[in-house]
Write a new protein. Sequence first.
Length: 349
Amino acid sequence: MDVDEPQNPIQTPDKPVNGVEGAVENKQEEVPRPDPEPTQEQDFKLRYILSGHDRAISALKFSHSGAFLASSGADKQIKIWDAFTGDILRTLRGHTEGVSDIAWSSDDEYIASASDDKSIKIWNMELGVESKALLGHTSFVFCVNYNKRSNLLVSGGFDETVRVWDVARGKVLKVLPAHSDPVTAVGFNHDGTLIVSCAMDGLIRIWDSDSGQCLKTLVDDDNPIWFVHFNMSLPIVSSTSLAHMFVFLQTRDLSWYRPRIQLFDSGIINNRDANTKNKYIVSGSEDNKAYIWDLQTRKVIQVLEGHRDVVLAVATHPTQDIIATASMEKDPSVRLWWHTSIFPKDETK
């Protein structure tokens, strides 16, 4: 495992992005669709363009403290950035195939990474080294997440299973035959009692983390579900499919309210996060844009433009009005968008 010395690849917005040009295969049939119009004044501006990955970026995650931003990509690398300056602090290498997902432990001392090499690796952030590898998936590992105590990990993959791991022992505790197609996202709720999973079979399922019993199937959609997320502060689960965004409001008896927010007729939205302070959702799109949605009105309030390829990864800062977006092969860059209220005054003019 190699660790790169700190460097500074930041580009200001008026400079070109260093990236490897390449065609992105898209077998989706193009369907005409309306372009959502923002309903109120745009408040986020591009602050930094971060270069370092040379292939598609698969995931972005801010640390819980908000000090760091982690990114992973098809180039087999994980990069750690300063969340406020955009400086690259460390590059982690060790996977032999592309990295599909990453997750911070609750104390930000470790990062878990899921890879097409069928492994999950745990990285010590203080030392910048691999701590252990979790082996058991029989095919590509697509997704990984910690519980709040960070003593358990949940993962999902191309082998159609959801696996629960004891982090300290590096052993699998449960293997759930969860779906009939590859599992695309997994997560714990705030107290670790529930696990949510989604897959290309169009299903979202809620599991009891202790017994492994499936408690609820939330969606039976005609489209693959690409992302699902338990919000840690609001009682919601949100997800995205090829055609729709779903928001579920959880009650104590596990009944759910399900309004559909149609993004467009056909498009991949692979990742999004919810900013609980302002109650909006940010979604990436195959039209090279990111959309900010008001959770209450279900209206687009801003469109973030500038990427030159599919916006595959999105993250929101835990304490500040900062959004990170990342793109695919034609534009493997990370962009940091700041709300104008936190911009230096001399730069908002």
